[in-house]
Design a protein around this ligand. Sequence first.
Ligand code: DC
Length: 228
Amino acid sequence: MQHPPPNPRPPTVIAVDGPAASGKGTLARAMAAHFGFDYLDTGLLYRAVAYFGEVTPPVDAAAELAAATLARVTKLAASLDPQRLNDPHLKSEKIAAAASYIATFPALRAALRAYQVNFAQTPPGGLGAVLDGRDIGSVICPDAKVKFFITAAVEVRAKRRFLELYGQGHKVVYAAILHDLIARDRQDSGRQTAPLTEAKDAIRLDTSTLSLEDARDFVLAKAQVQLS
Ligand code: DC
């Protein structure tokens, strides 16, 4: 009699959450490379919807997105082409603000959920997935094997973002970047649906005074322990 094949091991998931420019993307990528897992920057999904859906945040924060626009971008989100996530336009601060705005709409978040859950459950390499964002440990992958919450003082994050953009040749003003980050933190943490929160079982790391090497060593060591 033939036995059914044994159940393959479900892929391992590492969830990494935190505010903008906390270093979570760099650390998530480092863990993915170290463990041979696939990496998904979920912020790119919101950025792609904002950019390709041509969303502009309203000047008046109380103004609602037109129902027709919401229906259009929700449709776009439900069938997002992964190739579109590589578009360099997604990296701008203007698109970050539009992404943060669009991310406040529950219907849009629901439409992007399937993409993220699918990636976590069936990563291309089959071994495991590292996802970074705002609600990965709390909403998208609450059963993740390892959860991190990466943070840093807003002034430190603004300085990092300033140096990154300045290094790429952009004309940037530190005070404007700081202002935008404060506004984005407020919007991402204050929204009603899936706000940026530290999952109860997350390992917290404040990178304000850490070198990249020290932060990387910390997350790799912690993840190693939890995965073994
Ligand atoms: O990670 P990022 O800065 O590229 O994200 C851009 C915006 O997208 C962020 O300000 C809020 C939103 N976002 C979200 O609401 N949930 C996620 N999991 C990832 C990003």
